[in-house]
Write a protein that binds this ligand. Sequence first.
Ligand code: EAT
Length: 454
Amino acid sequence: MGGLEYGAQTHEPRDDASMRSFRHDRFGQFIHWGLYALPAGSWDGVTYGFAAEFLPQSATIPPERWARLGDEFTAPEFDPMTWARTARDLGARYVTITTKHHDGFCLWPSEYTDFTVAATPLKRDVIGDLVHAYTDVGLAVHLYYSVLDWHHPDWRYSVDTPADRDAFTRYLTFASDQLRELATRYPAVRGFWFDGTWDESVKANGRWTLETERMLKALIPGAIVNSRLRADEHGTRHRGSEGALMGDYFSGYERRLPEPWDRSVTAEDWEACMTIPQNSWGYHAGADVARSHKHPLELVEQLVHAVSLGGNLLLNFGPRGDGSFPEFEQDVVGTVGAWLAANGACVYGCGVAEGWDYPGWGFYTRNAETGVVYAIVTRIPVSGAVVLQLPEDIRIHRLTALDTGEAVPFEHRGDRAIRIGVDRAASAPPVFAIETRHHETAPSAEVNPDLADV
Ligand code: EAT
């Protein structure tokens, strides 16, 4: 094990029911909601192009002034069942909700601070109501928690003096108390998503990160914890100094995905989180940010990209301060949700298609249980046809369009490739479902002389 005390606790991917369901789900909805949704990127008449949840820093707003936003948190449109139906219509199978972001504001009535939703006109336990609603529509819930806290007086970026060490020790006790409170109040949740763990102060407390993981798993058997929580005794994050993954899945891909041909990532469970704007997690009303929104079909492409490499995609939504979803997010729900309703079989329960090399025109995924391989054409070639390179000894048994179930004609190109015509006017990525069978070939007696010595 490399002799690390606070490093990886196991060296194999987890294979219990909770982890299997997380892996099967593949598509989650991230929710960033807090006081930052009210100013939505602007302060005193100035719009700041940076992420809306960073406004206190962008506009240098003192914490006391920021906290007064709580008086405006009425959220008249907030309806947990509408949120749950939105996630379901999107085709997400789980939801990860911010309980406390970097600004320290808590969406549940924590007994360890006054800076919570209980002190706003909205009053209600937002986290409790959402856990209830999402669970009701069959979605699993994970709770996001920022260890970084701009509001708490004992937060430190580094611990250089004995006074800093005392303060930060008090801070970690506060965070542990809050996390125990969350796990105790909401035992139906499936996991925890940690953020704000990159500062020297947290990296110097690898032991706390392991103890936190253990505490949550003791309170909620099967709880899933992201690697971002963790540091070992050398301050090495995500993976311990000896290289083994800490926590249950790698969560380092933020607003980016691994290269589509990089099959090395399939050795671990992982999840990438993605914004619809170029860079804002909280709701941002600025026109420049709106111009950066990804097209809904680009998000379909990112989802299948992740699944083709055995990963999950956590797609972020930032509801407005009034509790409603902005129109561009409703468009994403409509388009991505409709595509998944017809083509979800190439996503849910799927992962890497071993032996099927990355094709430039899209992605392959494979359902591990049925063995069906899916070819998802996200970039239709101008030729109006795609060529599929087949793994050795694989023959096509049946080839159908996933949405209609109808057989699709194709043309053989020798033993190892087929060519399929694709409608160049398709309005969304077409998916072909491929049932294969093995073709036994007589073992070749010939050895390539160039390879014989390798
Ligand atoms: O605000 C973002 C969002 O919650 C994402 C999942 N992580 C937070 C974050 N904080 C950062 C500080 C510095 C650099 C990148 C960051 N991303």
